[in-house]
Structures are given as structure tokens and as C-alpha cells.
Design a protein around this ligand. Structure first.
Ligand code: CA2
Length: 151
């Protein structure tokens, strides 16, 4: 049996993690986040596709690519979560179980960060737990895959 694939998709500016604003986003770099996701994938015995882009259309194409390929998506849409109806539409169209992650607690920051369009397409949202949120989101996606396979 092939291992199920979980995609972890990251939006704009997340390549800056650990380099600036550590008081908001912590000290982990995007490479550290990838290592954390790889370790989590090994523990869960799933395959991982980990990506980051600063380009909205590319993120949308990647979401579309996951149709029929990934069993679950973990997405940190970053700023596009707050602005992109197109990204929300892509997630809704693809219909792969999705968990949205934000490293910071978007409810303790500026008001405009409290709303994300993409959350409408997500089964759940994890925010404010730092980069640990990625591992928790992968675990949640894994549990959903297992539930689906038991049915
Ligand atoms: O908390 C999160 O994970 C965010 O998705 C991060 C986004 C922000 O727009 C969201 O409101 C919340 C920002 C991406 C990271 O940007 C950085 C900029 C400079 C240094 C480090 C990260």
C-alpha cells in the first residue's frame, strides 16, 4: 500500500521566518518547519510534499494539483488568507480535507487579521501555537484520513 500524501503549503513571506520579527513568529526558520514536518511525516508514516511560494497564482495551482493526489492539505496561507477569495475557491473546488495554520495568534493582533477567507474551506484552524501548529495540523489530517479509511 502506498503511503498517503499530506501536502504542507506555505504562502507569502514565510521564507522570512526566523530572520525578522521573532517576537511575533519565533526563531524557527522555514527550513526548521520543513524538518519538523518531515519528522512528523516519518512518525505518522505518511509522505510529505512541503512547499512555499510568494505568488498567489502558484499557491492556487498547487492547491489544484493536490486534487486526487494528496489525502490532506495543511496550509498557512499567510497574507493571502486575509485577501484571497480565489485561494478559498481553489480549496473549496479541490475538496481535499484541509487544516489552516497560523503561527501567531491572529486574534490577538490587528483586527484585519482576525478574518480569513480560506478558513471557510478548512475543517479546522490552528493559530497561536507557533510552528508546533504544523505538527498538530498534520496529526489532525492524519486522524481524518484514518477515520475515512475505517468507514
Ligand atoms: O501567523 C501566521 O502564520 C501568519 O499567517 C503569518 C503571515 C501573516 O500575514 C498572517 O496574518 C499570520 C505573515 C507571513 C510571515 O511573514 C514574516 C515576515 C517577516 C518575518 C517573518 C515572517
Amino acid at each position: 500500500m502506498m503511503r498517503p500524501l499530506i501536502a504542507v503549503l506555505n504562502g507569502p513571506n514565510l521564507n522570512m521566518l526566523g530572520l525578522r520579527q521573532p517576537e511575533i513568529y519565533g526563531r524557527a526558520t522555514l527550513d526548521d518547519v520543513e524538518q519538523l514536518c518531515l519528522a512528523t511525516a516519518e512518525r505518522l508514516d505518511v509522505a510529505l510534499d512541503f512547499r512555499q511560494t510568494n505568488i498567489e497564482g502558484e499557491l492556487i495551482s498547487w492547491v489544484q494539483e493536490m486534487r486526487g493526489r494528496a489525502r490532506g492539505v495543511v496550509i498557512n496561507p499567510a497574507g493571502y488568507g486575509h485577501t484571497s477569495i480565489a485561494l478559498m475557491d481553489a480549496l473549496l473546488a479541490v475538496g481535499v480535507p484541509t487544516v489552516e495554520v497560523h503561527i501567531s495568534n491572529i486574534h490577538r493582533r490587528e483586527d484585519f487579521r482576525r478574518h480569513t477567507y480560506t478558513a471557510r474551506a478548512a475543517i479546522g484552524v490552528i493559530c497561536g501555537l507557533g510552528v508546533r501548529g504544523y505538527a498538530l495540523a498534520m496529526q489532525a489530517v492524519f486522524d481524518m484520513i484514518e477515520d475515512e479509511d475505517e468507514r
